[in-house]
Write a protein that binds this ligand. Structure first.
Ligand code: PAF
Length: 281
């Protein structure tokens, strides 16, 4: 496995892989890898000849006052995990490599980025689509892997790939959870023991919503009301949003029909957590 820090070195390595006609699987990450990331890596190793992982905490997808500076970083541990999984290349550039002085180009997907996390994090998805486009251009993947935990990000990226005729396939892999249901996230490391316990309200409220739908409830307000009650029962949890939307355009639904995405963002102490579930109606 090689660890590459600069763009010229990366271009040379990818050029060689391409000239050998090998398929490239790519897992973009911000590092501090957990089993959720590794499930994407495992899928890539199974399906592609050559697997690359990027580890880059992308400054332009963080807003003012967000956790860019404190975001957990541990390249040594990440590299060990990648090596064990059979990754061929890690790309971990610096900010000057990705956004040198005078940098001025951005990629923006409209509409899908307005609601859910887009409302509370203006500019976030513009940062994600820009860095992912740059990484796709640099790594030239055949298949890129993302997690369903970031449901809105997955939809936005799918739209970007379709609209901009990008020549690759996106695979969205299921959310991995700890045994008690907490969705795996690098940000879980911020949680104290008490906060980790409190953070279970995300999964509990999603499970309650699923039960209600399976029990025949179709009124979105009734379902989100029950979810809000569960979250309000936990003093250190502060709800940012609950949205019940269709799984293609993310349009809000009043009466549920077909398949719905139930997504929420909750602040537990200082930590902002997101989770979601897709439920068949
Ligand atoms: O999902 C993430 O970790 C990031 O948003 C991504 C896709 C690696 C872009 O920085």
């Amino acid at each position: 496995m090689i660890i590459i820090r600069t763009i010229p070195e990366l271009k040379e390595a990818i050029g060689k892989v391409r000239s050998m006609g090998r398929t490239i699987g790519f897992v973009p990450t911000m590092g501090y890898l957990h089993q959720g990331h590794l499930s994407l890596v495992k899928a890539a190793v199974k399906e592609c000849d050559f697997v690359a992982v990027s580890i880059y905490v992308n400054p332009i997808q963080f807003g003012v006052g967000e956790d860019f500076e404190s975001y957990p970083r541990d390249l040594t541990a990440d590299a060990q995990m990648c090596q064990q999984e059979g990754v061929d290349l890690i790309f971990s550039p610096g900010d000057q490599d990705m956004y040198p002085g005078g940098y001025a180009s951005f990629v923006e997907v409209e509409q899908l980025t307005q609601g859910l996390c887009g409302r509370g994090r203006p500019g976030h998805f513009r940062g994600v689509t820009t860095v992912v486009t740059k990484l796709f251009n640099l790594l030239e993947p055949d298949i890129a892997y993302f997690g369903q935990k970031d449901a809105q990000q997955a939809l936005v990226l799918k739209k970007m790939v379709e609209d901009l005729n990008m020549n690759l396939t996106l695979k969205i892999m299921p959310t991995l959870r700890d045994e008690d249901g907490l969705a795996m996230s690098s940000r879980n490391v911020y949680l104290s023991l008490e906060e980790r316990e409190a953070a279970l309200v995300l999964f509990k409220s999603l499970t309650r919503a699923e039960e209600m739908i399976q029990g025949g409830v179709r009124k979105a307000s009734k379902i989100s009301g029950a979810m809000k009650e569960i979250i309000a029962g936990e003093p250190s949890a502060h709800l940012e949003y609950i949205e019940i939307v269709d799984t293609h355009k993310l349009d809000t639904m009043e009466e549920l029909e077909a398949e719905v995405l139930i997504a929420l963002a909750v602040r537990v102490g200082q930590t902002r957590l997101i989770d979601n579930m897709i439920v068949e109606v």
